[in-house]
Ligand binder design. Sequence first.
Ligand code: M6R
Length: 372
Amino acid sequence: EKGGYEHFMLKEIHEQPEAVKTTITPRIVNGMPDLSECGLTDDMLKSFRKIFIVACGTAMHAGLVGKYVIEKLARIEVTVDIASEFRYRDPIIGKDDLVIVISQSGETADTKAALHLAKDRGAKVLGIVNVKGSSIARESDMVLYTHAGPEISVASTKAFAVQMSVMYLLAFKLAYVRGTIDETECKRLTGVLASIPNEIEKAMACDEKCKFIGSKLVISPSLLYIGRGLDYALSMEGSLKLKEISYIHSESYAAGELKHGTISLIEEGVPVICVATQSELLEKTISNVSEVKARGAYTIVVGKEGSGIEDKEDKDKNTKLIDDLITVPNLEDIIMPMVTIVPLQLLAYYTTVSKGFDVDKPRNLAKSVTVE
Ligand code: M6R
């Protein structure tokens, strides 16, 4: 049942190329994104005032990627909320808004409550759900299924990849319909997404490196993830993955926010995992790496292959800035989360294996959180 893998989590990480392919292929027609199956019309896409994305845990992180990509391409405002906060914060939503609820299981209690609130206020609700016929799928006004197949491991991996892939399709479609990108650009971006399953496969080449780093992380009581922009969203997901299965405390920080408090945690040997795939922000992020390195951090960087990142040096000391570098395929910035997620998942996986914990069934957690 584990298909030759030692754990479901590893099997599911490796299923990501296929899961993404199955999710996006039927939704690409003549090179363009096609989401008409759920009843989302061009008129609707043109008229939404605002978009709210509501979810929990990993699904919420897919929403953060969605926000970034939708705002960047379609220039419409997107707010991302944790469902348990959204449902009690009296959000300003109404009939002109689109509320997207993202859930692998389709049964998460808080996400379901958020859906009910959105419907009561007259907003249109689009569910992005993996489990067919689940409550959230049934109760949403429109549903786009992700086709990851059953996800057994409590730590969500392939569900995240497919949720992101739907976010991309939606962003491209919204941008095209709202006139912020033309047909040529929409086709080009859709083509880039269509080639992503192959790139995810290539990203798996970091396996050995992640295993090696994972075996070193086991002695750490705590570590930090940092990143900017899309890399920040990914670092949040990396941190969640690590803490839920390895029981190592970690937190994710926007790299530029370090100086406002968190950098005081850095002392000799504290691991800092820096996600640095966004070209425009690279120099800024690298300067944050040198700041933590100067205070003794063990620096691990996830960056683009061949981006020159491997040669970054600590200018003052003339020593390498990066203790361990993990490279992923060098694609355009906006699509990088689709491949960057792989090493973050593998780092969490191998650290946990090295610790000897139950990877697929971490303590205190359930696969589906059906109570508040
Ligand atoms: O089934 P859902 O996508 O609604 O679940 C949401 C979260 O409970 C879930 O993503 C959780 O954070 C995972 N264990 C993370 O790996």
